[in-house]
Design a protein around this ligand. Sequence first.
Ligand code: ZN
Length: 173
Amino acid sequence: MTDTDEPSSGASAISVSRDRVVRFHYQIFDEAGAAVESTRDGEPLAILHGRGNVMRGIEDALESRKAGDRFEVTLPPEQAYGPRKDDFTQRISKKYFRQPARLKPGMTTQLSTEEGTRSVTVLKVGGKVVDVDMNHPLAGQTLKFDLEVMEVREATREEIAHRHVHGPGGHHH
Ligand code: ZN
């Protein structure tokens, strides 16, 4: 017991809130229970909290958590990768793909768009164009996230100005 209002052990006591940095591991499970994405084999992801750097539902779930907290959150499609749209196909020039020669029907690949990269599914490969399903491969699915908070710290002034984290799990520049 202590008679002061000072936190006893600095950094370990702070919880996730807006403009703090949170580093966390996540694993995503699809509706069939298959692990589709994970940080467990490498660095945890680091985000500047409350700035839309991850899905809103994940930010909400992280709010007020502390280092060491491990929990699950289930997000419906609307809060994850959106509903699956029918006939959401587009014919796209091969130049927008990183490795067009390797494209095959059925595979998932990254497409560079004005809003950043997005995951799409290849339907048909032509000589100069590719037909893709623009739905995210996980669209229409309720996803389960296993989250573990590894660290919570104050952001630097520079990180807040840039609206992203610098260093491990964040931006390097
Ligand atoms: Zn920066």
